[in-house]
Design a protein around this ligand. Structure first.
Ligand SMILES: *Cc1c(COP(=O)(O)O)cnc(C)c1O
Length: 222
C-alpha cells in the first residue's frame, strides 16, 4: 500500500517539487518499504525518534526535522540532519550554528512563517523574519544556511483561505529572494503543503511538500 501511495503521489508532482515522506510515529519497516520504492527524503518531528531511525536505516537517506525544536536536543542530530524546517527563533539558529560548527558542517534551515489564521500554530511573522535576516547576529552565523521558508496553512477545506495563506508566503518569499544578499541565506526552498492541501500549495508555488498520512496511512497519535 505504501509503495502504491507513493507512486500515485509522485506521478502528480511537478519535477521541481521535492516530496518529503513524513514518517513520524511509523515503524522502520514502513520507511524501508518507502525506501525500497525509491524514496530518499524522510521527515520526522521528534529528534530522538529520528536518531533511532537514522541509526538502523540506509545511510543515503536525507533526514528532515519538521517538528518544533527543543534547543537542548539539537546536538543529537547535528551530525546528520539535512534540513531543519521549523526554526522560529534567532536563538534556535544560534544553537544549530554552534552544534553544526562542532561537526564542521553547514546545516540547512527553513524559517517557519506563521501563515495560518488559527493561533495554535508556531511561526514567525513576516516582519520578524525580515528583522532576523537583517540583524548583525544573523550575519555572524557561518555554520547555518537559511535555504527558504516553511509554512502550515489553517486546517480547513476552504480553498479560498488556503490560497490566500499559501500565496502570501510565496509573495514574501519572492520579495526576500530578490532583496537578500547574504552568504548564509540562499532562498531556494518553499516548504508548504501536507496530505490534505499539497496540490493547492503547489499551485501557489511550493517547492517542497511534507506528506505523511497520504503515504503511510493515518497515525494513532501526534
Ligand atoms: C505531521 C506533519 C506533516 C504531515 O501531515 P499529513 O497530514 O499526515 O500529511 C507535515 N508537516 C508537519 C510540520 C507535520 O508535523
Amino acid at each position: 500500500m505504501i509503495q502504491e501511495n507513493l507512486k500515485k503521489i509522485k506521478a502528480t508532482l511537478p519535477n521541481n517539487v521535492t516530496l518529503v515522506a513524513v514518517s513520524k510515529t511509523k515503524p522502520v519497516e514502513d520507511l524501508q518499504d518507502a525506501y525500497d520504492a525509491g524514496q530518499r527524503v524522510f521527515g520526522e518531528n521528534k529528534i530522538q525518534e529520528m536518531v533511532d531511525k537514522f541509526d538502523v536505516l540506509p545511510k543515503d537517506i536525507q533526514w528532515h526535522m519538521i517538528g518544533h525544536l527543543q534547543s537542548n536536543k539539537v546536538k543529537y542530530m547535528a551530525h546528520f540532519v539535512n534540513l531543519i524546517h521549523g526554526v522560529d527563533k534567532l536563538k534556535t539558529l544560534k544553537v544549530i550554528n554552534k552544534e553544526a560548527k562542532k561537526h564542521n558542517r553547514v546545516i540547512n534551515c527553513l524559517l517557519q512563517a506563521k501563515i495560518a489564521e488559527e493561533d495554535s500554530k508556531f511561526g514567525l511573522s513576516f516582519a520578524d523574519i525580515d528583522s532576523i535576516l537583517h540583524s548583525d547576529d544573523f550575519a555572524a552565523l557561518e555554520n547555518i544556511n537559511v535555504a527558504g521558508f516553511m509554512g502550515m496553512a489553517t486546517f480547513t477545506s476552504d480553498e479560498n483561505q488556503l490560497n490566500n495563506e499559501f500565496s502570501s508566503l510565496k509573495k514574501f518569499f519572492d520579495k526576500q529572494k530578490e532583496a537578500i544578499e547574504l552568504s548564509n541565506c540562499n532562498l531556494e526552498i518553499l516548504s508548504m503543503g501536507m496530505s490534505g492541501d499539497y496540490p493547492l500549495a503547489i499551485e501557489n508555488g511550493s517547492t517542497m511538500v511534507r506528506v505523511g498520512s497520504a503515504i503511510f496511512g493515518s497515525r494513532n497519535y501526534n
